[in-house]
Write a protein that binds this ligand. Structure first.
Ligand code: MN3
Length: 200
């Protein structure tokens, strides 16, 4: 299959002031577009063309680095745009219960994800995943993700935070922790809950 750039489900400026419009535009229109274009080039004429993006992640060890980097980049950003939004609020229902049971509180979960993101050296992602029916926090390097068969910690990602400098540098410069604190204002918890229920 040929992969395509998903449409951003809100305006570039929708996440202001927490994520600025220029960052969103460059991030979506240039960075994500480049992952899509380079993925399509990397899989052209190979059996990977027949795979869904999820199936490709699950067998990524069979493919060369450009497929891993750009395939991961396409999957991760497609998830990222969806779990961000202007809804704000807090998790409800089964997801809220699972967060409280597993981490003690929503604040404790945020702190755990912020630590995972802040301590990821270089570029990567911090994740909330469902593993064996339970919530867990982990991080990955570069554009890897927990769906990949090469991941140290495997599971279904339900929330991912991009900690590449391109995600925050225009507004936050080198202050990654400030970006991580701010991003909790623009999490689409309804989408995270949808992914949680689907992963169970
Ligand atoms: Mn990015």
């Amino acid at each position: 299959m040929s992969h395509t750039l998903p449409v951003l489900p809100y305006a570039f400026e929708a996440l202001e002031p927490f994520i600025d419009a220029q960052t969103m535009q460059i991030h979506h229109d240039r960075h994500h577009q480049a992952y899509v274009d380079n993925l399509n080039k990397a899989i052209a004429g190979t059996d990977a063309e027949a795979l869904s993006l999820e199936a490709l992640m699950a067998s990524i060890s069979k493919y060369p680095a450009p497929v891993r980097n750009n395939g991961g980049g396409h999957y991760n950003h497609s998830l990222f745009w969806q779990i961000l939004g202007t809804n704000g609020g807090e998790p409800t229902g089964a997801l809220a219960e699972a967060i409280n049971t597993t981490f003690g509180s929503l604040d404790a979960l945020k702190e755990k994800i912020n630590t995972a993101g802040a301590t990821r050296f270089g570029s990567g992602w911090a994740w909330l995943i469902v593993k064996d029916g339970k919530l867990e926090v982990c991080s990955t390097a570069n554009q890897d993700n927990p769906l990949m068969d090469i991941a140290e910690v495997k599971g279904s990602p339900i929330l991912g935070v991009d900690v590449w400098e391109h995600a925050y540098y225009l507004k936050y410069q080198n202050k990654r922790p400030d970006y991580l604190n701010a991003i909790w204002n623009v999490i689409n918890w309804a989408e995270v809950a949808k992914r949680y229920n689907a992963a169970l």
